[in-house]
Design a protein around this ligand. Structure first.
Ligand code: RP5
Length: 179
């Protein structure tokens, strides 16, 4: 895992991913993101903090986390989902936004998360569990740019995924008697 700061200076800290959610009601979906970070052994912090309900605490957390070594922020929110945008406004680290399906099939959150003004990007993933999973993968991929071990684990994971689909196809062909 990548470290920042100078060794011996007392300022070395381990790089981590911060996962923020607007509400505890987002947790059942965001568990999929945490599962990916755990699988790759990426250190993370999880916080419930809201762009609208706790704006000052959100900004303070983002600024503090950046100083402590946060390399990527993941922000999940539903409805008028401004959390990822608010996080992006407070940091120049990469921010990944996960739109939650709370109302309107998540379309409101998707647009609120994705439609950022130029210069303040939010890398927006899909609505719901697939998006939460991909937010985890994307954060790992960002860290893997400077971590060869992590990059290797990503390639191994991708190969395993490919093998699993091929196996499912073979099983289906056998089942329908086409093999
Ligand atoms: C958003 O409002 C949260 O991220 C959540 O997705 C949605 C609803 O929040 P609760 O009313 O369930 O707390 O800010």
């Amino acid at each position: 895992m990548v470290f920042i700061g100078k060794k011996g200076s007392g300022t070395v800290s381990q790089v981590f991913v911060a996962v923020l959610m607007g509400s505890d009601s987002d947790w059942p979906v965001m568990e999929s993101c945490i599962e990916v970070l755990r699988r790759f052994g990426v250190p993370f912090e999880v916080r419930i903090t809201s762009a609208h309900r706790t704006p000052d605490a959100t900004r303070a957390y983002v600024q503090g986390a950046e100083q402590r070594g946060c390399a990527v922020f993941i922000a999940a929110a539903g409805m008028a989902a401004h959390l990822a945008g608010a996080v992006a406004a407070s940091t120049c680290k990469p921010v990944i936004g996960v739109p939650m399906d709370v109302s309107l099939g998540g379309l409101d959150a998707l647009l609120s998360t994705a439609q950022m003004p130029g210069g303040i990007p939010v890398a927006t993933v899909a609505v719901g569990k697939a998006g939460a999973t991909n937010a985890g993968y994307l954060a790992v991929q960002v860290l893997a740019v400077a971590d060869a071990g992590l990059a290797l684990r990503l390639r191994e994971d991708r190969a395993a995924m490919t093998a699993s689909v091929e196996q499912k196809n073979r099983a289906l062909q056998e089942k329908i008697g086409a093999a």
